[in-house]
Ligand binder design. Structure first.
Ligand code: G3P
Length: 237
């Protein structure tokens, strides 16, 4: 049964949320159809994967694609700005935010990104601070008013650094001060990352579709089901 506690999700139901980390509409639809999807995260690299001919893919195509994702999933959809200067981020972010009320503006955790996050926060536009690799970056994101922070766990593991230790630090820091910024565990590479995220009380894991499917699987489930089906076959229909 969901409980009520006083922290990032004050007076709201405490649930772990699953986002899909993908811009592929088929994957997003399939994950949605599982009935456990709460939102979507995209980034320029994920968008690049769904583009057929890059010479024909325009900024308007990008916006149309984000709009289609919003039609599929009724939850936060992160769309990332594709510029480096604060003013440019603000212009692009406000334009993206106008696509749909569920659009969340993803900004890199840089000096300029931080300023843009503060601006969006003051405008009531939700943000996702991305490319976060340290607890201080996460603390800054929260202080700037980010709605979400995305520590990239897999990329830290890739360089022999404990990615989940960063999640633990961020969750502790946010709980210490009651920051409302929700922690999205990103760059998820395998099902154990999802287990660890849940054990640490991370608000959200954003998961590639292939890994969402893996969460379902267990060889003993397959084996047990095979036996049940064989035994059930003795019954007359
Ligand atoms: O959400 C961030 C994620 O897309 C990064 O994942 O696998 O490129 O490190 P990856």
């Amino acid at each position: 049964m969901p409980c009520l506690i006083v922290n990032r999700s004050t007076y709201e139901e405490i649930t772990m949320k699953f986002f899909i980390d993908s811009a592929n509409l088929d994957e997003i639809q399939s994950a949605r159809d599982l009935g456990v999807l709460d939102g979507v995260t995209t980034n320029p690299s994920l968008i690049a994967k769904i583009v057929g001919d890059p010479s024909k893919f325009t900024y308007q195509d990008f916006k149309d694609h984000i709009a289609r994702i919003c039609e599929i999933v009724d939850g936060p959809v992160s769309a990332e700005v594709t510029c480096l200067e604060t003013e440019e981020m603000i212009v692009e972010g406000e334009d993206l935010a106008a696509i749909h009320e569920n659009v969340v503006i993803k900004c890199p955790l840089t000096i300029n990104g931080l300023k843009a996050i503060r601006h969006f926060s003051e405008q009531g536009i939700r943000t996702n601070a991305t490319l976060v690799f340290s607890p201080n970056q996460a603390l800054l994101a929260a202080k700037a008013g980010a709605s979400y922070v995305s520590p990239f766990i897999g990329r830290l593991d890739d360089i022999s650094t404990d990615g989940m230790a960063l999640v633990e630090q961020i969750v502790t820091i946010y709980d210490n001060y009651g920051y409302m910024t929700e922690v999205i565990v990103a760059s998820v590479r395998h099902p154990q990352h999802v287990v660890d995220s849940a054990m640490l009380g991370a608000d959200i894991a954003t998961i590639p579709y292939s890994i969402i499917r893996q969460l379902v699987n267990h060889p003993l489930t397959d084996l047990g089901l095979k036996k049940f089906m064989e035994d059930a076959a003795v019954m007359k229909k």
